[in-house]
Design a protein around this ligand. Structure first.
Ligand SMILES: O=C(O)C1=C[C@@H](OP(=O)(O)O)[C@@H](O)[C@H](O)C1
Ligand SMILES: C=C(OP(=O)(O)O)C(=O)O
Length: 451
């Protein structure tokens, strides 16, 4: 089932010659953060290029429930912030839908204000672990009352007299890091987060942009991020760059589909996000970064992807995992069309996303004729080479947008079509996926009924 209605069964058939420009939507991570930090600033933040996917729309709704005004006029989202510590107590339960980023960052943002809020989500989100966030929030003095195993629905009671915190994240997670930093905004003194492996740094960059004092040092312990609490955040004008995690789908589709040549313009290549593209190049992909430039302090390029018949399986460096964590499902599809094995170690986190992504992909790939080996924190795809992947099955998307999109991309190059039981979740992060892909010439459509 999609989170907001009947399942939407979809089918992808073998296609040829994807061509044209793929203008993917705004970055999901930066969109959530624009709304949350905008709501915590004093005055009006204006955002263009915001991703209008369901995950981000749920965050916009949540910010209104905490007292910020959030509205779209023309192409611009206007956020009237209430200031750090200015959140009102919501009158209703906050429903974050399918979004781990939304719920975890908002829990952090409210945890050092003396209000209570109850959070819930869809069947996928309500299975995901929240203790990774509520454990550090307890150090500030916040209390969490949730279901067994730290699951939603959950009520957070914010700390009345928050203490600053020094916290080493036990898992590589930008959501955990960001929740602690957002909570640290309303704690006196310095809040410090230490991460062994660098995860996406959008919170650090945006906090600095809003005028908070935040510094990052690389030491023997890892990256040490220090935030000075209780700043007055200054409203910003934000242009959200396009999402590299969404760009991954047209890029990978072009690489595996005969005769393709696709340009995906204006993609942020922040090194904490761009790991997939380097991995594809290591596999022998015809993928170029054109027109490389800097925009808003971030490296940006136009990605040009052409059909690549001679992809090779590789060992994906474990230390690259955080910089491409959401891209493993679609990478495993490309790996099926490569020759040789693609081994992906150091990816335990894939098991606690919208679905267990190793399991969801392994089951579908195997059904489609591809051998996959797996362990708790690794998996290996045995590539069959271009033209040799059978396909011809219905796969389950498990309320996970990236699983649905990955199997649809796969169906463009399998011998027989690939179906997904529910494409509804795609709207959480990439609402224009179907139109964008068909515009390039991909044979992807909705089916009248599930088969
Ligand atoms: O901070 C963020 O915006 C995100 C962090 C990642 O999650 P984790 O922090 O759980 O790795 C990623 O999977 C998610 O899509 C977005
Ligand atoms: C993991 C993802 O999102 P979230 O954790 O925000 O639900 C994703 O978009 O792939």
């Amino acid at each position: 089932m999609s989170s907001h209605g009947e399942p939407i069964p979809m089918i992808a058939r073998r296609s040829e010659g994807l061509r044209g420009e793929a203008h993917v939507p705004g970055d999901k991570s930066i969109s959530h953060r624009s709304l949350i930090l905008g709501a915590m600033a004093v005055g009006e933040t204006r955002v263009t290029g915001l991703l209008e996917g369901q995950d981000v729309l749920d965050t916009a709704k949540a910010m209104r429930a905490f007292g910020a005004e959030v509205e779209k006029r023309g192409d611009t989202w206007h956020v009237q912030g209430v200031g750090v510590g200015g959140f009102a107590e919501p009158e209703q339960v906050i429903d974050c839908g399918n979004s781990g980023t939304g719920v975890r960052l908002i829990m952090g943002a409210m945890a050092t204000t003396p209000i209570a809020a109850t959070f819930t989500g869809d069947a996928s989100l309500n299975k995901r672990p929240m203790a990774r966030v509520t454990d550090p929030l307890a150090l500030f003095g916040a209390r969490a009352y949730g279901r067994e195993g730290g699951r939603l629905p959950m009520t957070i009671v914010g700390a009345r007299d928050p203490l600053p915190v020094r916290y080493a994240t036990p898992v590589p997670s930008a959501q955990v890091k960001s929740a602690v930093l957002l909570a640290g905004l309303n704690a006196p003194g310095e809040t410090v987060v230490i991460e062994r492996e660098a995860t996406r740094d959008h919170s650090e960059r945006m906090l600095a942009g809003f005028g908070a004092q935040v510094s990052t040092e690389t030491t023997a312990e890892g990256r040490v991020i220090t935030l000075t609490g209780q700043p007055e955040l200054r409203p910003q004008v934000i242009v959200v760059p396009r999402d590299p995690s969404s760009a991954a789908f047209p890029v990978c589709a072009a690489l595996i589909t005969e005769g393709s040549d696709v340009l995906v313009p204006n993609i942020g290549l922040n090194p904490t996000r761009a790991g997939l593209f380097f991995t594809l190049q290591d596999m022998g992909a015809d993928l170029a970064f054109e027109n490389e430039r800097e925009e808003g302090g971030e490296p940006v390029a136009d990605l040009r992807a052409r059909f690549s018949p001679d992809l090779r399986g590789i060992e994906v460096p474990a230390e690259r995992a955080a910089s491409m964590i959401d891209e493993y499902p679609v990478l495993s599809v490309v790996a099926a069309f490569a020759t040789g094995k693609t081994h992906m170690p150091g990816v335990r986190e894939l098991r606690v996303k919208e679905s267990d992504r190793i399991d969801a992909m392994a089951v579908g790939l195997r059904a489609a004729g591809v051998t996959v080996d797996e362990g708790e924190d690794w998996w290996t795809v045995h590539g069959l080479g271009h033209g040799n992947v059978p396909g011809g099955v219905v796969t389950a998307s498990h309320l996970d947008h990236r699983i649905a999109m990955s199997f649809l991309v796969m169906g463009l190059a399998t011998r027989s079509p690939m179906r997904v039981d529910d494409g509804g979740p795609i709207a959480t992060s990439f609402p224009i996926f179907e139109g964008l892909m068909t515009g390039l010439g991909a044979d992807i459509s909705r089916e009248g009924q599930a088969r």
